[in-house]
Design a protein around this ligand. Structure first.
Ligand SMILES: Nc1ncnc2c1ncn2[C@@H]1O[C@H](COP(=O)(O)OP(=O)(O)O)[C@@H](O)[C@H]1O
Ligand SMILES: [Mg+2]
Length: 395
């Protein structure tokens, strides 16, 4: 029989000490197993403190390997050192999943380097933005500028590598010493960068490899000391979580989310400890919810596209890029939307595949002529049904 849960019993939980700690971007007690990457980055960024030197650094590794968190930490340190030494350093951090075009990346950079200036999010064309960018980087107060483009793979896929090319040449055109760090979740990112740009960014690469089970164990263990009450989780539970996530791609964020799901499962069952039997069911609930959340947050055209794929699969049709596009074209009028080009749709397929909503071998981007391989949907049946319903309701 199901036990009753009350608000009071949830609030008086015996498990959490400080749940938010599980989700904090910066590890409260420092980074584990990242000394090598940190040292490499320090070596590359230190010249910025020698005023005239500039760096072009390329950081990559799969999601949840600590790239964003470690870089933000290091940038704080770098700024601190610069201040101590009276070196003027302006920094711009741009998340390219939110700014996918050259114009919006430059506008975001401008508004950080020159906070007094008025830079609209929309309405400026590329020429005007580029012009303003050069002006600002020629101002005498902007001596050293550091631009960090995080999740740059989104921008590269969406709008090519013009932004990188521009930044790699900028020092010949403006007076500011401009350094650039690009961070990518997609390890195949070099495929999207043209050779002439690669020569600038290919030199220094810092690689964040997926964490193995031992490393994840340490990361989780350190975090639960702050997040959970004493003795609520045993080493064997942590080891199991670490092993599951190591197998899946060594993502520390997911590992910490699984810890959270286990804690929630224990509370829901009125337990005072997280026991090993909870891990699998917590994992399952997390998986389902996260898939549905990803689907729910897809933009309209991607929802239509994913719906087309699910429908095709239900009808048992072979699916390649051409077939999927045809189905998408068919669906568009019923949603009263203008279809997008096949090229855009293919880039969405890459997105869907990276969110694990479809499985496909990627031949898409490199050439449109190339026949894409068969696409399938790696969700179980119950989840597919839920997904179809969600899409119907929300497109
Ligand atoms: N080496 C580490 N030590 C402690 N926590 C880590 C480590 N690497 C990642 N994390 C945690 O994992 C989560 C994801 O890190 P993040 O920097 O966003 O990864 P990425 O940018 O590579 O996707 C964050 O909560 C971060 O604190
Ligand atoms: Mg990141």
């Amino acid at each position: 029989m199901e036990k009753e849960i009350t608000f009071a019993s949830v609030l008086e939980n015996p498990i959490y000490k400080d749940r938010d700690v599980l989700f904090s971007l910066r590890p409260p007690t420092g980074f584990l197993h990242r000394t090598k990457q940190k040292n490499e980055l320090v070596m590359e960024l230190a010249p910025i403190l020698m005023k005239s030197a500039v760096s072009c650094v390329f950081v990559y590794g799969p999601p949840g390997t600590g790239k964003t968190a470690l870089l933000l930490d290091l940038l704080d340190e770098l700024e601190g050192e610069a201040r101590k030494r009276n070196i003027e350093l302006k920094k711009a951090y741009v998340n390219c999943s939110e700014n996918r075009t050259e114009t919006s990346i430059l506008l975001s950079t401008l508004s950080q380097v020159d906070p007094e200036g008025k830079y609209p999010k929309m309405g400026w064309n590329r020429a005007k933005t580029v012009d303003e960018f050069s002006k600002v980087l020629n101002k005498k107060e902007n001596k050293n500028v550091l631009v960090i483009l995080d999740e740059v793979d989104y921008a590269l896929r969406e709008s090519g590598d013009d932004i990188l090319y521009r930044l790699s040449r900028i020092n010949n055109q403006v007076s500011a010493n401009t350094s650039t760090i690009i961070i990518s979740n997609d390890v195949r990112v070099s495929d999207y960068i043209k050779p002439k740009t690669q020569s600038a960014f290919g030199r220094v690469k810092v690689i964040f490899s997926p964490y193995n089970a031992d490393e994840l164990f340490d990361i989780i263990n350190e975090r639960v000391k702050l997040a959970l009450k004493k003795d609520t989780v045993s080493d064997s539970v942590i080891r199991k979580i670490a092993e599951i996530e190591a197998q899946r791609g060594g993502d520390a964020r997911r590992a910490l989310e699984l810890v959270d799901a286990c804690a929630k499962a224990a509370i829901a069952r009125k337990r005072t400890k997280i026991t090993i039997d909870l891990v699998d069911s917590a994992d399952k609930s997390l998986e389902e919810n996260s898939v549905l959340n990803v689907i729910a947050s897809l933009p309209k055209h991607q929802k239509i596209l994913y719906y087309a794929i699910l429908k095709n699969e239900k009808e048992g049709l072979e699916m390649d890029g051409v077939e999927i596009y045809r189905k998408y074209l068919e669906l568009c009028p019923s949603y009263n939307v203008e279809p997008l080009t096949e090229r855009r749709i293919r880039s969405f397929l890459v997105n869907l595949s990276e969110s694990s909503l479809i499985s496909a071998e990627v031949g898409w981007l490199k050439s449109l002529e190339k026949k894409s391989r068969k696409v399938s949907v790696p969700l179980d049946k119950a989840l597919k049904t839920k997904a179809v319903k969600l899409l119907r309701d929300s497109i």
